[in-house]
Design a protein around this ligand. Sequence first.
Ligand code: OGA
Ligand code: MN
Length: 220
Amino acid sequence: MPQALNFSIEIYDLIYQKMCDDLVEKSWTVMPDYFQPDLIALLNQELSTYQASNALSRAGIGRSDAFKIDDRVRGDKILWLSPKTKAQNQYLEAMESLRMALNRLLFLGLFEFESHFAVYEPGAHYQKHKDSFKGAANRILTTVTYLNDNWQDENLGFLVIYHPESDTEAARIKPEAGTLVLFLSEDIAHEVEPTARYRASIAGWFRCNASTPDAIDPLS
Ligand code: OGA
Ligand code: MN
């Protein structure tokens, strides 16, 4: 069990089961204190170094040709994770354990994981959207991990999750350090409300393998 995690193996078995039950029942789940505070602190430290050297880029919308930056849609800056540092490696190992548990319990056939740091400066938001569209992509399950200590209600910047059927608000989730959110990428519309405070997270996606003999996935 990677040190990234907060509890014993037995507790994670229960947590995995609870998250899977939620995903089956309502397509999303939230687990506070999923990650150890030490790991969150290290990830924050690395992120501030990247910030200081301007390593993050403004996130765009659309792929390749259609790519554009639009503050009205999303205002975050991102940087893709890789296992090159201890903290990022530990994070990715923890997500690998999660991937295997989800495949074991839900037969989702999750094949790989991609994730990026995301920083929202005060005033930034991400308007209501889905991370994947039916048939279009191979993002199956979205993950969001928060890095912000002591988030207060007045800091705003909540993640709003919408009911897949009624499109009404299902939950407003506080972006508090250590919390892990999972939802089905094709089913759950969601938005990041304008934040009043610097807001950092790691957004990730478990994908299925969409490779065919003449199109090796991923293309981008
Ligand atoms: C995203 C996203 C949610 C959040 O990056 O696609 O919806 O709470 N992030 O940061
Ligand atoms: Mn999203």
